[in-house]
Design a protein around this ligand. Structure first.
Ligand code: NAD
Length: 452
């Protein structure tokens, strides 16, 4: 394991063998029969799990910052999300729907768990995204085998250890290892659903592999999320918020703003404001007091971002801020604002997933909307304006799973569905909708029941 702030190895993580994976899946399968029948026990266990995470907050956050790079306070925030999700799902009702109940008979729609769920996660929010799967899957009565990213397995393994004390054996299993382990989990015949978060390219492979035995899939994939600043937007007031829409977690967020469309009249002023912020943001190791951005998580991503930025500059982009790696060990890249690009540039067309934001000019709002939608992705989007109604009207024109006004990516909550349109995914996570994704419908119908 490499600490991205130093570029040096600091730990090792197990690479689980095929036999060990099989043992983990079999343990989950063996635990399923009892677990699925004890709804009260499951709800209690999720509450106990939340308490256990609360007690372990500092240790978990420290591991997360060391392996992921994010500022410690953001790692701590991830641990709060973990316990919030556990408590939310412990409290969520999953009652049968009664469609008919009269003197001729009854008909009810029940939701049954699926069995063993394979959960696969990326490296940007290892704990939060794992819990988006664990909490609803367990609440619904499934058991879980979870495979974290090979870049960030340690906090997830530590989470597994913490939860082992409060969950029955076999209910949650964490297996770490390189990418082929994810493929093996997806192919395992005892796994009935794959809940996957990661890139669109890998998501396609998961979908193909799952099709073999018709495993259920939820795919939370990449995004190239547009933010449209309408001509009336009070840009000086909104600039900070627009900046952090693109740079939260160093831009390594599926739902970060990745393309910013600004009206020609406001373009230069907004670029100046964003560039000022980019130049003054505190970039350092995640453990340093007051740090706002850490390193990019891994060498491959660091090289990808560096390559996209260099290519844009070579094609004539103007660098308003940043534009290059920082001259220090580790995978640090200066927060970068690029202008003068057209839509065909790779950093505009592809998901950069890093601290570099292209700002694009438009003259006509309809044109900005058309360009924003001209992508195979559709995860999130945002519209910025002084007029909430005008912004909401534009928001409904954008093809994305979540569209927010005067903020970006802020509709992520345990009780709201999150999921992508088009190549950004299939299905949703969170809220009752996310819970239903870990269930299968069963209709129970029969003659009239005796009334008491
Ligand atoms: P990735 O697709 O490379 O890896 C994700 C996970 O899949 C890892 O655990 C990896 O080991 C595993 N994996 C790799 N090959 C596999 C295979 N053939 N079968 C099964 N599993 C396999 O993604 P990443 O680089 O870790 O994460 C970044 C991507 O994740 C970005 O595209 C980002 O937008 C996306 N993401 C999406 C969301 C969302 O909710 N929509 C959230 C966070 C990140």
């Amino acid at each position: 394991m490499i600490n991205p702030a130093t570029g040096t190895t600091f730990a090792e993580a197990p690479a689980v063998s095929e036999d060990q994976l099989d043992a983990a899946v079999r343990a989950a399968d063996a635990a399923y029969g009892t677990w699925r029948r004890d709804e009260g026990g499951r709800r209690q266990a999720l509450l106990a799990a939340a308490d256990a995470v609360d007690r372990s907050r500092d240790g978990l956050a420290a591991i997360l910052t060391t392996e992921q790079g994010k500022p410690l306070k953001e790692a701590v925030a991830e641990t709060y999300a973990v316990s919030a999700w556990l408590r939310y799902y412990a409290g969520l009702e999953l009652a049968p729907e009664i469609v008919r109940d009269d003197d001729r008979g009854y008909a009810e729609v029940h939701r049954r768990p699926l069995g063993v769920v394979g959960a696969i996660t990326p490296w940007n929010f290892p704990l939060t995204l794992a819990m988006w799967k664990i909490a609803p899957a367990l609440r619904a009565g499934n058991t879980v085998v979870l495979k974290p990213s090979p870049y960030t397995p340690l906090a997830t393994l530590a989470l597994g250890e913490i939860l082992r004390a409060v969950l029955p054996p076999g209910v949650l299993n964490v297996v770490s290892g390189p990418d082929p382990l994810g493929a093996s989990l997806t192919a395992h015949p005892l796994v009935r659903k794959i809940s996957f978060t990661g890139s669109t390219a890998t998501g396609r492979k998961v979908a193909v592999a799952a099709a073999g035995d018709l495993k259920r899939v939820t795919l939370e994939l990449g995004g190239n999320d547009p933010a449209i600043v309408l001509p009336d937007a009070p840009i000086q007031k909104l600039a900070r918020s627009i900046f952090w829409s693109g740079f939260m977690n160093n831009g390594q967020v599926c739902l970060a703003a990745k393309r910013l469309y600004v009206h020609r009249d406001q373009h230069d002023d907004l670029v100046d404001a964003l560039a000022d912020l980019a130049r003054t943001v505190h970039v350092d190791e995640g453990t340093v007091e007051g740090v706002e951005l850490g390193p990019i998580n891994n060498k491959m991503q660091f090289e990808r971002v560096s390559g996209l930025v260099s290519e844009a500059i070579a094609q004539g982009a103007t660098v308003a801020a940043g534009g290059a790696p920082l001259d220090r060990p580790g995978y640090f890249f200066a927060p970068t604002i690029l202008t003068g690009l057209s839509d065909g540039a790779r950093i505009v067309e592809e998901e950069q997933f890093g601290p570099a934001l292209p700002v694009l000019v438009y003259d006509d709002v309809a044109d900005a909307v058309a360009r924003a939608n001209r992508t195979t992705y559709g995860l999130t989007a945002s519209v910025w304006s002084d007029d909430p109604d005008a912004a909401a009207a534009i928001a409904t024109e954008l093809d994305a799973g979540q569209v927010t006004v005067n903020s970006h990516g802020t509709a992520v909550r345990p009780d709201l569905p999150f999921g992508g349109h088009k190549s950004s995914g299939i299905g949703v996570e969170n809220g009752p909708w996310g819970l239903l994704g870990f269930t299968e419908i069963q209709v129970l119908a029969g003659p009239a029941r005796r009334k008491p």
